[in-house]
Design a protein around this ligand. Structure first.
Ligand SMILES: [Zn+2]
Length: 148
């Protein structure tokens, strides 16, 4: 039996197997390991008899409330600091055509035609008279008393 095989058998609890007993008699290292394992087993067995006190109930509910309040304060500060910024407005530039042509093929409405004729009839007759002086021009406005 080799030392690794013996160590494995000792770890698995095979200390009483004849091959292991035979190897431990001639190998000091494996004998030391067997001794350590036996001492550990005794120590663990002693722990079984120890009585472990149950953890007492916490008598400080205010501590939980204070912790919850602190967490809420931290979270609200974080949310306040990292407020999302509104997106920047887009700059749009409309192009303006230089000329707009609107073609109207329909005749003007009758009321517009009548209004134009009325305005034309209401205008006084204008007579332009030239004089010897080129800077002096006389306009004679003749208002028709008759008719409209
Ligand atoms: Zn050995």
């Amino acid at each position: 039996m080799t030392c690794p095989e013996c160590e494995l058998r000792l770890a698995e609890g095979g200390a009483q197997e004849p091959a292991v007993v035979e190897h431990v008699l001639v190998c000091a290292e494996c004998r030391a390991l067997q001794q350590d394992l036996a001492e550990n087993a005794v120590a663990l067995g002693a722990l079984r008899e120890d009585i472990i006190q149950a953890r007492p109930k916490r008598n400080f509910p205010w501590l939980s409330i204070a912790a919850a309040a602190a967490i809420a304060a931290i979270v609200s500060i974080q949310m306040w600091q990292f407020k999302p910024t509104p997106p920047k407005p887009l700059r749009l530039q409309a192009e303006r055509p230089e000329e707009i042509t609107v073609a109207i093929k329909a005749p003007p409405p009758a009321i517009l035609t009548r209004a134009r004729e009325h305005a034309k009839a209401a205008e006084p007759l204008k007579i332009k008279m030239l004089t010897d002086d080129p800077d002096l021009v006389i306009y004679w406005l003749v208002d028709s008393k008759e008719g409209n």
